[in-house]
Design a protein around this ligand. Structure first.
Ligand code: IVH
Length: 664
């Protein structure tokens, strides 16, 4: 009996591992997310029932519950060097000349691969088992980030193969895919936290967290690009070594061979144009001499090997004047400095504002009002100030920027938050935070009280008529009319719009509360799963975490929020005032059960929200991009790249009418 359970557990682990490789290494999943989750749940259930068979290398054990106190220092067996940069054809040719000279020969070739914009990691496998993961650090010593790295599903805990060296250090880049980056930032903005400037910062920030449970939620990815220590050589060339790594089950950076520098240059040109098409950010290409024996001949300087060079893409930049710095107070109190700029055109859009991230960043750049600054779009998305042209500064007028010691809105005290970078206003009665929270509450994606705009909110807060969400529902017509200059008609509109919000769907109310880390998508999951506010309040952290898509960090913030006496009072007071959120509808049919559906193009019968609801009501799942996992593409008019991709992947394509037919 015991034997067969142990076998079954092992079989499930192997099966999950096989699907991880299919998904992460070969980009060719055989299972849908649901089918994969089912395997996972089955394994988890067996392991819970039979803890004697638990193993740290089980896929269920990737996330450690115990936060680490700090990171231990690791000395790298082989130093992790940097790469010298080039920016144009001329410099690439100069590199090639140095290679010829160093080798005293012409029989060499190159490999060309993306320079991923993330952070370097060294994974140490002993007898095929992942025993340590370390950051690059200063190249000689880095941080032991094993518990965080183990949460990345693309990284195997065990390597599959007969010919793995006893010790094998795999080197590669940890990065955050563009989609995960966009989602994380949306969530952070939603939750009143400052967004990350670019995917690299997001990846680095996520890897340096002391709590691996948070890292696990950050959707980090990994690609291998070289080998550190190896007790037996994998191959005689870089290209073949990467193929070997891939055969061990590791995801490997896409790498091409080039016979000479002309071919390298052609590839650099075409990749610079295509850089946006990858799912992750790259900032250039890395060119390496292919043969290992030639690496030895060429050697290295203290900083970088001579057989390797980076070709960096040029980021578009613009120069402008920083007119002022505004400090914004988020709904959770975070102070974010924003640069107000003289409008300037950058990569196709007019930029008037740029993020300065935080006050340490301002100090580092010593950026001051009136400065001429260089701005760049980080990760081609968010404009940021990257440099100051100090020699254009007016030395008599210029003053360093002073980091606020008080909240600019309420004068309350500020504190550095846990990771020590952001300042937060800690005054629970800060009116700026209250305004932000109320604006969020009434926002289109939440309670949608459209007649309660920002200026009215400001007046209501100033007059102390609204101190909590519940006060919105206690407002009286005569109070509004007395607010000055408000006509009876407008006041009535406001009252109606508040009234209409009382029966919004439950998920909107959950989202509107502005619980840290909980955005609209998670609110929908919670509402669908639990069905009522009472059930949400009664749920334990464990129960919340057990819900698909709800991680432990989110679960904890939900629990904390709903167990804070003030919050409970406000919610009860709202219910007293007559709000009655509508419970989620039960699924209408299962005709789309298990199908991941993408919608594209202009629809004629439905709004986006309606059709998405329709799909969900019938058991389907909506995805925003086409992949091999897509079951159906619903294409409206003028569909573009998604349609093309679906055709290429041979995915079934239907019209909205056909979707309706299928459902009925
Ligand atoms: S090879 C000795 N290959 O770039 C060379 N590095 O600027 C070892 N990077 O620290 C690195 N993509 O984090 C290599 N395809 C690639 C890379 C890559 C990104 C990073 C790596 C390194 C940094 C140097």
């Amino acid at each position: 009996m015991a034997d067969s359970i142990a076998d079954k557990i092992q079989q499930l682990r192997n099966e999950i591992r096989r699907h991880d490789v299919l998904y992460y290494v070969h980009n060719a999943p055989e299972l849908s997310d649901q089918q994969y989750d089912k395997l996972f749940a089955e394994l988890k259930a067996l392991e819970t029932e039979h803890p004697e068979f638990l193993s740290p290398e089980s896929p269920t054990q990737r996330v450690s519950e115990q936060p680490v106190a700090g990171f231990e220092t690791v000395t790298h067996a082989v130093p992790m060097l940097s790469i010298d940069n080039t920016y144009n054809e001329e410099e690439l040719r100069a590199f090639d000349e140095r290679v010829v000279k160093g080798l005293e020969a012409n029989d060499y070739d190159y490999t060309v691969e993306p320079k991923i914009d993330g952070l370097a990691i060294s994974l140490r496998y002993e007898k095929g088992h992942l025993i340590r993961a370390a950051t690059r650090g200063d190249g000689t010593r880095g941080d032991d980030v094993t518990s965080n790295i183990r949460t990345i599903r693309a990284i195997p805990l065990i390597l599959e193969s007969k010919d793995i060296p006893d010790v094998l250090e795999v080197r590669g880049e940890i990065y955050m895919p563009k989609r995960a980056f966009a989602q994380l930032n949306a969530l952070r903005t939603d939750a009143g936290e400052p967004p990350f400037a670019n995917p690299r910062n997001a990846a680095a920030g996520s890897l340096k967290l002391l709590d691996a449970r948070i890292t696990a939620e950050r959707k980090l990815a990994f690609l291998a690009y070289s080998v550190g220590q190896a007790t037996t050589p994998l191959a005689s060339t870089h290209y073949d070594a990467l193929e070997k790594l891939e055969s061990f089950g590791l995801p490997v950076n896409s790498t091409a061979k080039a016979h000479n520098i002309d071919q390298v240059i052609t590839m650099c040109r075409s990749q610079e144009n295509a850089k946006g098409s990858l799912g992750y950010q790259i900032d250039g290409l890395v060119i390496k001499v292919n043969r290992y024996d030639q690496h030895d001949i060429l050697g290295a300087t203290g900083r970088a090997p001579k057989w390797c060079i980076a070709y960096k893409f040029t980021a578009e930049q613009a120069e402008t004047i920083l007119e002022s710095i505004t400090v914004q107070v988020g709904k959770n109190g975070t102070l974010t400095p924003v640069a107000n700029l003289k409008p300037v055109l950058l990569a196709g859009t007019t930029v008037k504002r740029a993020t300065l991230h935080n006050f340490e960043q301002i100090a580092r750049l010593d950026v001051r009002c009136g400065d001429t600054v260089i701005i760049e779009k980080a990760g081609e998305i968010i404009p940021q100030v990257v440099d100051v042209i100090v020699k254009q500064r007016d030395l008599f007028e210029s003053q360093p920027f002073k980091t606020p010691t008080k909240c600019p809105a309420c004068d309350g005290s500020v504190q550095k938050d846990e990771n020590g970078v952001y300042l937060r206003c800690v005054n629970p009665n800060c009116t700026a935070q209250l305004r932000e929270r109320l604006e969020y509450f009434v926002g289109k994606g939440q309670m949608d009280i459209d007649k309660l705009g920002p200026s009215l909110i400001e007046q209501l807060v100033d007059k102390k008529l609204v101190k909590t969400f519940a006060d919105i529902y206690r407002l009286r017509f005569d109070q509004l009319v007395q607010l000055g200059r408000m006509a009876d008609k407008s006041a009535a509109n406001v009252m109606n719009s508040i009234e209409a919000s009382k029966t919004r769907p439950l998920w909107r109310l959950i989202a509107a509360l502005g619980i840290r880390n909980v955005g609209g998508q998670s609110a929908q999951v919670l509402a669908d799963e639990l069905g009522s506010l009472d059930k949400l309040k009664a749920a334990t952290v464990e129960e919340l975490t057990a819900i698909d898509q709800i991680g432990p960090v989110m679960a904890e913030s939900i629990y904390d929020y709903l167990h804070n006496a003030d919050n409970v009072k406000v919610i009860e007071s709202m219910l007293d005032a007559g709000i009655k959120p509508t419970a989620p509808k039960k699924k209408k049919s299962n005709s789309l059960e298990g199908m991941t559906i993408v919608i594209t193009g202009a629809l004629k019968n439905f709004t986006r929200q309606q059709i998405e609801q329709l799909v969900k009501d019938h058991g389907g799942k909506i995805a925003s991009s086409v992949s091999k996992k897509t079951a159906l593409l619903v294409a409206g008019e003028n569909a573009g790249s998604k349609l093309e991709k679906a055709k290429k992947l041979d995915i079934e394509i239907i019209t909205e009418d056909q979707l309706q037919q299928r459902i009925s």
